[in-house]
Each structure stands twice: as structure tokens, then as C-alpha cells.
Design a protein around this ligand. Structure first.
Ligand SMILES: *Cc1c(COP(=O)(O)O)cnc(C)c1O
Length: 373
């Protein structure tokens, strides 16, 4: 019997231990300490954006990014229905209204051609979310934002080291965010970053993440609703050590994606869809390796078969317009997004963590072969 193959795995083989030991030895363990600034500076340089602020996680990053661009009660914000719940939660929390678009059936990203007809006089912003490994059609979104004077928030949580037309993801829009959750390309355990080129947005984000302590007011006198969304120095230490290895991780992900693309071709005649190796704007970074089964039943059969043999999978995102939370809030009544609904029901991703060995990938392929050949 082969060993278990987890759906996600990470590597902590660089300076992680050394930097964490430094935190313990120096006593810098809270939301203050030298690694925070080091991580912010290195990350902003890596992405190529003027300002970067660490936060507790990617969802927290979205919360303050949304507030920093001025989304307020009644404002409509356009976003994909097929994504994690975080962007919709951030909008709803400030009293805004998420407005959804369907997905492109091949890239899994938001179908940007649907955006324009969703724009009303209440539309304030667009959240562009890059899904699974290929970038969204950024230029079309930026052109619409320009035409209708909208704010743009780029959710690049899954896109560390990906580019769009040669330019780094995370450099687009008024503000962009990343996550460093344990399944992201680089991790700080939990963690996130907000980036911008606008000094005012940066200042607001730094205030909001720190209980909105005001730099020009006496300490403990507040004017705004802030959060404690600070990242700890220990998380920043991890994040910095991970960032030093990002190119290696990226190559490993790409290597795995290419291996699976060749080795899993036998699934195609069975009605499966494999991820696109590239689109017009970028090569896939395979943050995860997504499969779309021909039917929901077939997906369940494959996932169960793999699970019984110790191989982890994850289902795709569940659509925003089908979330009980939002249905109970009377949002999205009667709306349907067929491509996203199909993906949510038929899609799953297979192990592709950076710590996997060649043998693990072979096990995954062989087990899928056992089902179909
Ligand atoms: C992971 C993720 C987030 C949220 O990040 P957390 O750090 O888990 O809060 C937001 N958006 C997308 C697209 C993600 O994949």
C-alpha cells in the first residue's frame, strides 16, 4: 500500500526555523517586531507595488481593502459568484451589495464580458479574483473601471508569482490583496497582505488593521471602526523565509501541473476537463490542479474512490448565489449562473502541494487509472 497523499502540503525547509528562533530569543512575538517590516518591504519589492501592509489573513485583507476604497451602505460591488466567500462577506459587512457574474468555463475565472450589463448607477467597485492558477482578463476590467469611474480591488490570494501579460498579479487596481494561508504558494500559517500604490489607501489600511488608532490623535482616542487584524512578528518571520523560496515553489507547482497534464490525458475521453496549460495572457501556475468531471455523480465516485485509498481532494468553491447565508438575506433571488453551478458540482482538485514527491503524484495518477481503465 502506498502512503497517504494529502491534498495540500508545504515545505518549511529554508530559514523558517532560524527566523522563528530569533523571534523567541528576542521576545518579538506580537504584532510588532523587525520581521513585519522586513516581510512587507520584501513582498512589496517582489510584487512591484509601492506599499504593502501585513494583516492577519487574506479575508481580513479584503475587509480593510473594501473599506479603504470607500465602499459604504448601498454600494454595489461586482464580483464572481464562483470564488471563496471572503470578498462577498467583506462587502456585506459594510452594508454593500454583492453583484455577481458567471465564470468562464475553461479558465474558471469571472466572465468579464458579463460585467458591463451589471453596472448600474449604484455600482462602486469591481473585485477581480484570479482562480486556481490563470489570471483574469485584467485589461477589460480596468477599461470598464476607467469608463464608469469604478474602484478595482484585486484578489490575488492564489496568485503569488503569477503574471498577466508579463506584469505581476497583485499590481492591478486601486488595491490588491494576498493570503498566506497554509495552502497558498507561500505561507505564514495564517496571514495576508494589502498592497497599493496610493499613499492614502496605505495609510487607511494601516490604521484600520490596528484598531484605527489615529496617528494624529492622542492614544486611545478613536474616530473610526477599526479591527485588530495585525500579523504577528512570528508569522512575518515564516512569511519572509517562505518568500525567499518562492521561485523553487513555483517551479515545483509548474512541474506538477505539467506532469499531471500529460499523465491524466486518459481522463479526457471519459468526459473530464483538465486545466488549461496557458491562456493568451499567462502560463498556468497550477496553484491547485483542478479537474472537472463529466457529471456530479462521476465526481463523487472519483472522490470517494480516492479517499478510500488515502488520497485527499477538495471540492471546488460553492457559488455565492447558492449560499444559504445570502439566500436568507434575500440576496440573488432567482439568479442563476450555469457555468459556475456546473463547476461547483463537478469540480474537485487533486494533491498538488509543494512537498509532494514524484512517487505521490504517480500514486494519484495510478489510482485515477484504476477507476477508468
Ligand atoms: C484563500 C483565499 C482568500 C482568503 O484568504 P484567508 O487567508 O484564508 O482568509 C481570499 N480569496 C481567495 C481567492 C482565496 O483563495
Amino acid at each position: 500500500m502506498h502512503r497517504k497523499v494529502p491534498v495540500n502540503s508545504f515545505l518549511l525547509g529554508g530559514n523558517e526555523r532560524k527566523y522563528l528562533t530569533e523571534c523567541v530569543d528576542t521576545g518579538w512575538i506580537s504584532g510588532e517586531g523587525p520581521f513585519i517590516e522586513k516581510f512587507e518591504t520584501s513582498f512589496s519589492k517582489f510584487i512591484g507595488r509601492r506599499f504593502a501592509t501585513t494583516v492577519a489573513n487574506g479575508s481580513a485583507a479584503l475587509d480593510i481593502a473594501i473599506q479603504a476604497v470607500g465602499i459604504s451602505p448601498g454600494d454595489e460591488v461586482i464580483m464572481p459568484t464562483f470564488t471563496i466567500i471572503s470578498p462577498a462577506l467583506s462587502v456585506v459587512r459594510v452594508g454593500g451589495v454583492p453583484v455577481l457574474v458567471d465564470s468562464d468555463s475553461r479558465s474558471y475565472n469571472m466572465n468579464v464580458d458579463e460585467i458591463e450589463r451589471k453596472i448600474t448607477n449604484k455600482t462602486k467597485a469591481i473585485i477581480m479574483v484570479h482562480i486556481y492558477g490563470l489570471p483574469v482578463e485584467v485589461d477589460k476590467i480596468l477599461a470598464l473601471a476607467e469608463k464608469y469611474q469604478l474602484k478595482v480591488i484585486e484578489d490575488a490570494a492564489e496568485m503569488h508569482a503569477q503574471t498577466y501579460k508579463g506584469k505581476m498579479c497583485g499590481t492591478f487596481g486601486h488595491v490588491s490583496i494576498f493570503s498566506f494561508y497554509a495552502n497558498k504558494l507561500i505561507t505564514s500559517g495564517e496571514g495576508g497582505m494589502v498592497l497599493t500604490d496610493d499613499p492614502e489607501i496605505d495609510k487607511t489600511c494601516r490604521r484600520l488593521k490596528n484598531l484605527a488608532f489615529h496617528p494624529d490623535k492622542p492614544r486611545f482616542v478613536h474616530e473610526e471602526i477599526g479591527y485588530n487584524y495585525r500579523m504577528t512578528n512570528m508569522q512575518a518571520a515564516l512569511g519572509l523565509a517562505q518568500l525567499e523560496q518562492v521561485e523553487t515553489f513555483l517551479q515545483r507547482k509548474r512541474g506538477m501541473g505539467k506532469y499531471y497534464n500529460t499523465a491524466l490525458q486518459f481522463l479526457v475521453p471519459h468526459g473530464y476537463q483538465l486545466p488549461l496549460p496557458a491562456n493568451a495572457d499567462a502560463e498556468n501556475i497550477y496553484w491547485v490542479y483542478p479537474l472537472v468531471a463529466p457529471t456530479e455523480e462521476e465526481k463523487n465516485r472519483a472522490v470517494d474512490y480516492l479517499a478510500k485509498r488515502g488520497i485527499g481532494t477538495r471540492p471546488f468553491f460553492w457559488c455565492m448565489h447558492e449560499q444559504p447565508l445570502f439566500i436568507n438575506m434575500n440576496l440573488f433571488a432567482g439568479e442563476s449562473y450555469p457555468e459556475s453551478e456546473k463547476l461547483a458540482r463537478r469540480g474537485f482538485y487533486i494533491p498538488s502541494g509543494v512537498a509532494l514527491a514524484e512517487e505521490d503524484l504517480e500514486t494519484v495518477v495510478k489510482t485515477l487509472r484504476d477507476i477508468y481503465e
